[in-house]
Design a protein around this ligand. Structure first.
Ligand code: HEM
Length: 513
């Protein structure tokens, strides 16, 4: 199979039929086609190189790291082919092409996960499900993670964030990357699993998830003390924690609100489905911590953004302005998610031969859909939240949805939850957060949560958590960053090169209102 794919010629012939035979007995002579019209189109494969037989360009990828994609994009543009990690692969960067592929999940492409996913996440996790069953389970999960559900978790979210600001003051100096991760796991423990908010919970989940994720980067050898065996054990420990929480929720009506509790209330999932999908959400949550680190970095680097954000948030608190005043908070959240996306590419396998951007994409190839700024733009991008407001005003006369604000409004300094609802026409698989005009028009197009049937389940939780963190950091904390211009690596994972050190952190408002 692999060698057949490697032998693909540089162009393939695709037959498309123009016009159909109308049948023998047509009375009108002109309506009777004398022959089947067959147009044979020769489409070229994307530019690029499949490299050596079998290993392709894998060695170059490993040795060149971040510059592997950079060089090829400079040479071949927004779409090119390569052969890495045992498969011929097409790298796609263009906005329209990325969107098309994500929307055509199940038709042109399908999600691609390594075999170990069944053991490390769960056979019944939404990641592995396909077609109708995927949509059914995703809908059920979607209710537990909806914007309304997240609004019920705001008090917990705020509690976690305030605890961490106290902790950061005690530490004084810390790595925003490491602490962002702990904060994200503490948020996950309390809002998703219903555990008491605590830094210890964050530390425990963070350790388990680091061990579990390492299982994806190692040979699946289940011998004592191998990284894979440790990953399997970490997965079991998380599953046990979920089961304990399920037990606690079923035996106490007073259990605090959590996504797990909302999910159980629906009574539509078996215990295995719940456990597997809680592990799946833990995998998703791994992107929240690094996003928090980006929030620190870009606030530190862009003093005007920090000031404007603080001004908006404080004005809202003191005067009770309309939630529209918070558009700037939303714009900053979107910009944090846009820049240096933590999930830089989504992986798919093609289900058939098809045409994309005038090129033939053959069946059975892997496709990396680069949903964020393309790799060569990392570290050279500009953090400018205003771009979202320009998009807003550009589209204000159109039927574009108003910005997300219900959950975010409540994040302004953590005061009253404002129950403004986002008038989103969001269905499973439809665009959320941004109107299509915003998405296509945003310079350096941004799909931080993906698109289509596989779109991120945790997006409302992420928006709310980041909005709370951002507003707390600018309204009642004083701090600076050792090197706000620190660069991020992209390969093998997206992370800051030196951990993003925050210095002299002070929490000036310790009162909890
Ligand atoms: C900043 C944080 C996050 C980012 C950037 C992010 C990004 C994404 C993206 C791009 C996808 C689409 C994957 C694909 O199409 O193959 C996705 C899927 C998913 N995310 Fe997130 N995510 C984040 C946080 C979360 C959180 C907090 C949760 C849950 C609590 C979560 C749960 C999921 C799940 C379960 C899926 C799989 C959906 C499916 O296959 O249908 N994510 N996420």
């Amino acid at each position: 199979m692999r060698s057949t794919l490697l032998q693909q010629p540089s162009t393939l012939k695709v037959q498309s039929f123009v016009g159909q035979p109308k049948g023998r007995h047509s009375l009108h002579p002109q309506a009777r086609p004398s022959r089947l019209q067959v147009v044979v189109t020769e489409l070229p494969l994307p530019e690029g190189n499949l490299g050596l037989p079998l290993i392709g360009e894998t060695l170059q990828l490993l040795s060149q790291g971040d510059t592997f994609g950079e060089q090829r994009s400079a040479k071949h543009g927004d779409m090119w082919k390569t052969n890495i990690l045992g498969s011929p692969t097409v790298m796609v960067f263009g906005a329209a092409e990325c969107r098309k592929l994500l929307k055509e999940e199940g038709h042109l492409v399908e999600v691609l996960w390594p075999d170990v996913t069944a053991e490390l996440v769960g056979k019944e996790s939404v990641n592995l499900l396909k077609g109708e069953e995927h949509l059914r389970i995703k809908r059920v999960l979607g209710e537990a993670f909806s914007e309304e559900s997240v609004e019920r978790l705001l008090v917990l979210l705020r509690e976690c964030t305030w605890d961490f600001c106290d902790r950061w003051e005690e530490l004084g100096s810390f790595s925003a990357y490491d602490e962002g991760k702990l904060w994200a796991w503490s948020v996950f423990g309390s809002t998703v699993l219903g555990l008491p908010p605590s830094i210890e919970t964050g530390e425990r989940l963070c350790g388990l998830m680091d061990t579990l994720q390492a299982g994806f980067q190692t040979a699946p050898v289940k011998l004592p003390l191998t990284p894979y065996q440790k990953a399997v054990k970490a997965r079991e420990a998380i599953a046990d924690l979920v089961r304990q929480q399920m037990q606690a929720i079923s035996s106490s009506k007073a259990a605090p609100p959590s996504c797990l509790k909302f999910m159980m209330a629906g009574q539509q999932l078996t215990s295995t489905q719940i456990v597997d999908n809680m592990v799946a959400t833990a995998f998703g949550n791994a992107s929240l911590g690094p996003s928090a680190a980006k929030a620190f970095q870009h606030l530190a680097a862009a003093g005007t953004v920090k000031k404007r954000l603080a001004d908006r948030a404080l004005r809202f608190n003191s005067r009770g302005d309309s939630p529209h005043q918070l558009d700037y908070v939303i714009a900053v959240v979107r910009e944090v998610l846009r820049i240096t996306p933590i999930v830089p590419a989504l992986f798919r396998r093609t289900l058939k031969d098809f045409q994309l951007g005038g090129r033939l994409i053959p069946k059975g190839w892997n496709v990396y859909i680069h949903t964020g700024a393309s790799v060569q733009r990392y570290n050279r991008d500009t953090f400018r939240p205003e771009r979202w407001l320009e998009q807003e005003s550009d589209s204000s006369s159109s039927s574009a949805s108003p910005p997300a604000r219900g959950v975010l409004a409540a994040g302004s300094g953590g005061e009253d939850a404002v129950s403004g609802r986002r008038a989103e026409s969001e269905e499973m698989g439809a665009d959320s957060l941004l109107t299509s005009r915003q998405q296509s028009g945003c310079p350096g197009h941004s799909l931080p949560f993906g698109l289509g049937p596989r779109m991120c389940l945790g997006r409302h939780l992420v928006e709310a958590a980041l909005a709370l963190l951002l507003t707390k950091l600018v309204t009642s904390c004083v701090w600076q960053m050792a090197n706000p211009a620190e660069e991020w690596s992209v390969f093998p994972t997206v992370r800051p090169k030196h951990g993003l050190v925050v210095q002299s952190f002070r929490n000036t408002t310790r009162a909890r209102l």
